[in-house]
Design a protein around this ligand. Structure first.
Ligand code: NAG
Ligand code: NAG
Ligand code: NAG
Ligand code: NAG
Ligand code: NAG
Ligand code: NAG
Length: 478
């Protein structure tokens, strides 16, 4: 065989081997702020069906952990911000580790790799609420892990938002990166402690937010397919904000004397609704740039090579806070019902296939709630829409979103239906002072989906309980 043939042969052979594999460094965030959650077992099946081997959680929920047991999926469990102050007690931290970590440490248990201590606790919008409690919690958790004998394989880390560092306005280049001055003491303590314990630094980087926050941000710079005028820093040319942001962190760590510290990207992704820049085309473009880079272990100019990266997120979360923006409920690579939104190749080979969706999903009956065509007293309409949207997700109605083109009647029907579905289509939840009615006709319009919620075991249990309660009341009255 000539050398050229051998080369072709290897190329084809490796191509075959590679197909269907997931980039080794890739994980996903599994958030659960949804009114209707898919059963944990179904979600874990989605992970395994798609070959995803790393997952990052936002708590240590028992049903989630049980579903992950025995799968070999590597897990980052988390301590929410509101428990950080309690973890200031070493006894409490030991108890947490015992109940939520070592308990799963057996053959056929959960492969825990990291404990996330807090979630973006130094976000400026939190007004310093967690500045004094994060480091003591980190120390106590890692020390408790060490004392329990699992500290070599399980590391505590603090997922931080990229707003903990930056470059000065008069020198906005990655090499000038430093940690925020208001938290510089906390950051040096944390970084020193992580280094002592060989634990990674975890950062969440969002090119979408750079675009969202700044009208003048060059759109192409948020993606990975090149720009006409890259930022040049000490001879290094930066053509995307992800690399520039990551290297700003590398420089900030270097300034503290820890330029080689391992960095994990705890969250990165692109939302598909809720803003003019949040749509399926942009999400496709973003992931088509990101995934091949990860597959090729490209890294960044200051950190070439392997970087562990967790996509945000797995499934849409219709009950997530929208304080940062309406897009917050649309980060999923899967819709609320576990179905893929767009083609995506987790092996980074850019083949246009859809991921495997959730299996055996049960939906509520095929019924929608809509504004009555004959409604005439519209004076109460605004209040009723407002009520419906307060208790359900109307973020798709906003400017630049998938349902923004509806007329006033369409808006009302959309809001009524979202509320009706959140309420599991219960009787009387499609009334709105006589303005609404149930229909079995699909009232979706164009790009705007009027969805049917999924049936969850808890929703049917709730329905049963309320039914039992009503029956009891009726009996009492009789
Ligand atoms: C274990 O984690 C769960 C879920 O995050 C939390 O509610 C619980 O308090 C933790 N257990 C202990 C003993 O700290
Ligand atoms: C932070 O402070 C601002 C202004 O004082 C306030 O509007 C906001 O609710 C506070 N946020 C939190 C999380 O406490
Ligand atoms: C954090 O601790 C510092 C120093 O003890 C104190 O000055 C500051 O008020 C504390 N901040 C908060 C938000 O508790
Ligand atoms: C529908 O609702 C959205 C969001 O509240 C609003 O921006 C839009 O103007 C409404 N459309 C009409 C025709 O009322
Ligand atoms: C309703 O119609 C929309 C758009 O035509 C479609 O995407 C959706 O699947 C339909 N829903 C149901 C429950 O049939
Ligand atoms: C609406 O649902 C259909 C599948 O039923 C999907 O193909 C389409 O992308 C959805 N549109 C939006 C804006 O979510």
């Amino acid at each position: 065989m000539s050398r050229f043939c051998l080369f072709i042969y290897l190329l084809l052979f490796c191509g075959v081997l590679y197909k269907g594999l997931v980039v080794e460094s890739l994980g996903v965030n599994w958030g659960t702020m949804a009114t209707h959650k898919l059963p944990p077992k179904v979600v874990v099946q989605m992970l395994t069906d798609n070959g995803i081997k790393k997952v990052k959680l936002f708590d240590a929920d028992q049903s989630t952990m049980s579903a992950l047991a025995g799968t070999g999926v590597e897990v980052m469990v988390a301590i929410p911000n509101d428990q950080l102050s309690a973890m200031g007690s070493y006894d409490r931290a030991k108890e947490w580790v015992k109940r939520n970590i070592t308990r799963y440490n057996f053959n056929g248990g959960v492969t825990i790799k990291y404990v996330a201590v807090g979630n973006e606790p130094f976000l400026t919008s939190y007004n310093n609420s967690f500045v004094n409690t994060t480091f003591p919690a980190l120390q106590n958790i890692q020390n408790a892990l060490n004392e329990a004998g699992v500290g070599d394989s399980i590391k505590a880390t603090v997922p931080l938002n990229a707003d903990v560092y930056g470059s000065p306005e008069n020198n906005p280049v990655p090499s000038a990166g430093r940690f925020r001055t208001d938290i510089s003491d906390q950051m040096s303590q944390i970084v020193k402690f992580l280094n002592q314990n060989k634990a990674p630094f975890t950062v969440n980087i969002y090119p979408f937010l750079s675009l969202y926050a700044n009208e003048n941000f060059p759109v192409d710079y948020a993606f990975f397919d090149g720009v006409s005028n890259p930022i040049v820093d000490n001879g290094i040319s930066y053509s995307n904000v992800f690399d520039a942001n990551f290297d700003t962190l590398v420089s900030a760590l270097k300034a503290l004397g820890y330029g080689d510290m391992t960095i994990i990207v705890g969250e990165v992704g692109w939302p598909t609704d809720g803003d003019k820049n949040a749509n399926i085309n942009y999400a496709l473009r973003f992931y088509r740039g990101l995934l091949p880079r990860l597959a090729g272990n490209k890294g960044t100019p200051l950190r070439p090579g392997y970087i562990e990266v967790y996509l945000f997120g797995l499934i849409d979360e219709d009950a997530k806070s929208i304080a940062p923006g309406n897009f917050e409920r649309h980060w999923g690579i899967f819709r609320y019902d576990g179905q893929p939104k767009f083609p995506m190749d987790l092996s980074g080979q850019q083949s246009d296939k859809y991921l495997v969706g959730a299996q055996n999903v049960n939906y509520l009956p095929t019924k929608w709630c809509m504004l009555r065509p004959d409604a005439n007293d519209l004076s109460k309409l605004a209040d009723n829409i407002n009520y419906a949207c307060t208790f359900s997700d109307c973020t798709a109605l906003g400017f630049g979103s998938s349902c923004n083109g509806l007329d006033a009647n369409g808006n009302a029907s959309y809001a009524f239906n979202m509320y009706f579905q959140v309420q599991n289509q219960r009787d009387l939840t499609c009334n709105f002072q006589g303005l609404a009615m149930v229909t079995d006709k699909n009232i979706s319009q164009g790009n705007c989906n009027f969805t049917i919620q999924i049936a969850t075991s808890s929703s049917s249990r709730l329905a049963q309980v309320s039914l039992a309660f009503l029956t009891a009341i009726t009996l009492l009255l009789l």
